[in-house]
Design a protein around this ligand. Structure first.
Ligand code: 5AD
Ligand code: SF4
Length: 696
């Protein structure tokens, strides 16, 4: 049994209120002060979050890791001791820092001077030596704080890096874009296929080479985070000494401690504990300045356990984020001018939540305990958040009780009993509807869904809300019922095709995209042909296609034989890609003459005189950026009325004039808004024949 403890471990072992208190304490600047005292003192073992010889498993249970019962109990005692210590010491140092920073509940230890100035203002009685402690502490907190982050994998990983940076900023770290300037290099990883991991190993070797001429203590600390960290754990610390820190997807709050441990003691540190509750609901991610497109994670983990997939093992059990915190974050983004929000989750449309959890978030908001929220406190307050939460579900659900579990898409089953758990809770349809109502000028997308979770109430919201994009990702994985059974996907080819037909009936202009795996265990030539025929029948607008890559520990690796030879896998994959391209090209050509409401993303990489933008259906469009434009009026461009220079984040009406398989080329017809375009055309896209009629 390891002597290690961790924030996450503690988080999952304490009662909800104890956990909140402990989380609030660990977030507050003052709470870190006593940790210094302990780090510098005689008993670091019980209080650091660090281990090099951990015995944590990657499993998860309702109350923390399997086999960690004793550890949890002792963690609770440690946490209790720790908390008492924090309160005693913080009581003295607390006022000092609060006075110094002047934020009254702000989070940053801004500088040594400020802290020590505060210290003098509120002298600490009967605590000799604390000033020296503070000096050491501040010194350690104001150096070696440049962090370089590299992110691989899915959009969830991109958003996780933003969350992680928020936690680090809150603890005095700063992001650098120059790897040579970094004291800490973090790589956020993906483990979904072997290839993804191979790339990470290469990068780790490169990171280590950066420190070579320097003494060990001067080399940057290298941390491996995310799914690969969760999968490989100690292997990463041991293999060629390439990493100093290993942290799983539920351990980002612990990063400052993990880094401190390595920097202060030279030992390696790891936290790969998975939590059944961590959603980072109270952490506002650090997004690039002026961004007009943002990710908002609404749930984490996956319970589906498709036989080929490592995700349930690296990201843990499914859990949904509190409703109020999501509505609040989207409102903040709207106030900041963001024009497109993508709701994220491993199984995004199986979202369900009890609103009574929202009180926890609202209290945190009231107490100023939202991480990374400093710059937006002025914009929003608790009343807005409460109003948002109480907002009635105004449309979309066609008079149905939104909290009633409406089942799965016809012909689809869950591999676990999620339906029963969802009854009486706020589910995805309602969440989507509420998010869409926050700002009618903000586009809403979501990914990545499971096709089983497209009951009619979800489809109705997508149809009825003009700002919910008419573009559905429906990962089929295979077109063969036999393969789908071996994959344990919970549906047949026929059920999938019926769902596609139904989606097209409910939302006629809906673009459909997919994921496909070629060469899965036991796939015959006929199974493969079924997949090619599925591609031809559906005619996907986009597809992400992969050769099967066996992942150790998955059900397929344990029970099925990876028996399709590599060259056969690659040939089949090439045929699937070819089928996709043929259909996609046809769809692109059908677009010529159509008019889309396009959100400008930025200048084209290839040509400064062109913009790139995205249609509602998520297609890339390239168009001229050298002119000014008037308001779009539903017809051809009116040159005489030109007055608007365009910028990223503007909506513009674009008529498609040409295409390649992946890109549409077009001309601007004028500046518009999402609502104005909708008012003119009744949708976000006008077919060529309808536009010609309108223009006459
Ligand atoms: N091999 C190949 N592709 C995989 N995916 C998931 N696991 C594997 C694997 N072991 C694909 C699926 C999934 C997408 C994110 O990655 O298509 O939808
Ligand atoms: Fe993996 Fe299946 Fe979960 Fe998607 S639904 S993350 S493919 S286990």
């Amino acid at each position: 049994m390891s002597s290690a403890s961790s924030c996450c471990c503690r988080a999952s072992s304490l009662s909800a209120s104890a956990r909140r208190r402990s989380a609030a304490l660990s977030r507050s600047k003052d709470s870190t002060v006593p940790k210094l005292a302990f780090c510098a003192g005689a008993k670091p073992t019980s209080l650091t979050t660090t281990t090099t010889t951990t015995s944590y498993s990657s499993s998860f249970s309702r109350r923390g890791g399997r086999g960690s019962a004793v550890l949890r109990k002792c963690d609770y005692n440690v946490a209790k001791r720790n908390k008492n210590a924090i309160i005693t010491r913080a009581h003295n140092a607390n006022d000092a820092t609060a006075t110094a920073t002047g934020t009254g509940g702000g989070h940053h230890l801004t500088s040594k001077e400020e802290l020590l100035k505060g210290q003098t203002k509120t002298p600490i009685k009967g605590n000799t030596g604390i000033l020296e402690d503070l000096e050491d502490y501040v010194a350690s907190k104001t150096k070696n704080r440049n962090v370089y982050v590299e992110t691989y994998g899915c959009q969830m990983n991109a958003n996780d890096s933003e969350v992680m940076m928020s936690v680090l900023n809150d603890n005095g770290f700063t992001e650098t874009k120059d790897i040579h300037d970094a004291n800490v290099i973090l790589i956020n990883t993906c483990a979904i296929r072997d290839k993804a991991e191979a790339k990470i190993w290469q990068r780790l070797a490169y990171f280590r080479s950066l420190g070579k001429p320097k003494k060990k203590a001067e080399r940057p600390v290298v941390g491996v985070l995310g799914c690969m960290a969760e999968r490989l754990k100690t292997q990463l610390l041991e293999a060629d000494q390439l990493a100093d820190i290993v942290a799983g997807p539920d351990a980002y709050r612990d990063l400052p401690n993990l880094i401190d441990t390595v920097q202060n003691t030279g030992s390696k540190s790891m936290n790969v504990q998975l939590s059944v509750e961590e959603t980072y609901a109270d952490v506002i991610p650090v997004r690039p300045d002026g961004t007009h497109s943002a990710f908002v994670t609404i749930m984490r983990g996956c319970d589906n356990c498709c036989t080929f997939c490592i995700v349930p093992y690296t990201r843990g059990q499914e859990r949904s984020r509190d409703l109020a915190s999501i509505l609040y974050e989207v409102r903040v983004l709207s106030e900041q001018g963001v024009k497109e929000v993508t709701l994220l989750g491993q199984n995004v449309n199986s979202y369900y939540v009890d609103t009574n959890k929202s009180e926890d978030f609202l209290s945190s908001l009231k107490e100023g305990n939202i991480v990374g929220n400093n710059s937006i406190e002025a914009i929003l307050n608790i009343n807005n958040a409460r109003e948002e939460l109480n907002m009635k579900n105004a449309a979309g659900l066609a008079g149905e009780d939104p909290t009633k579990f409406n089942g799965y898409a016809a012909g689809f089953q869950s591999r676990y009993d999620a339906g029963r758990k969802r009854e009486g809770k706020v589910q995805f349809a309602e969440l989507l509807d509420r998010v869409a109502q926050i700002d009618p000028e903000m586009r809403i997308r979501f990914t990545s869904p499971h096709p089983k979770d497209f009951p009619d109430d979800v489809l109705n919201v997508i149809r009825d809300r003009p700002n919910v994009c008419k573009c559905l990702h429906m990962p089929a994985q295979s077109g063969s019922t036999a393969t789908l059974e071996r994959m344990r996907r919970g549906y047949s080819r026929e059920a999938y095709l019926d769902l596609v037909k139904h989606v097209k009936e409910v939302i006629p202009d809906c673009a459909i995209t997919t994921d496909i795996i070629s060469g899965f265990c036991g796939e015959t030539e006929n199974d493969h042909k079924d997949t090619v025929s599925l591609m031809n029948i559906v005619g996907y607008e986009q597809a992400f296609m992969f050769a099967y890559s066996e992942r150790e520990g998955t059900a397929a690796a344990r029970h099925l034989e990876d028996d399709v030879p590599e060259d056969v896998k690659q040939n089949r994959l090439a045929e699937v890609i070819e089928a996709f391209r043929t259909q996609a090209q046809k769809k692109q050509e059908e677009e010529i003459g159509s008019v889309h409401c396009v959100l400008i993303e930025g200048p084209s990489k290839k040509n400064d005189d062109e913009w790139t933008g995205k249609t509602d259906s998520s297609k890339w469009v390239v168009f001229d950026n050298t002119k000014k434009y008037g308001e779009y009026n539903g017809g051809d461009e009116d040159e005489g009325d030109a007055k608007h220079a365009l910028k990223a984040g503007d909506y513009i009406a674009v008529q498609v004039t040409g295409c390649s398989t992946g890109t549409l080329f077009g001309k601007c017809l004028g500046k518009t808004t999402l609502m104005a375009f909708q008012a003119i055309h009744g949708s976000q896209r006008v077919a060529p024949k309808n536009f010609a009629a309108a223009a006459r």
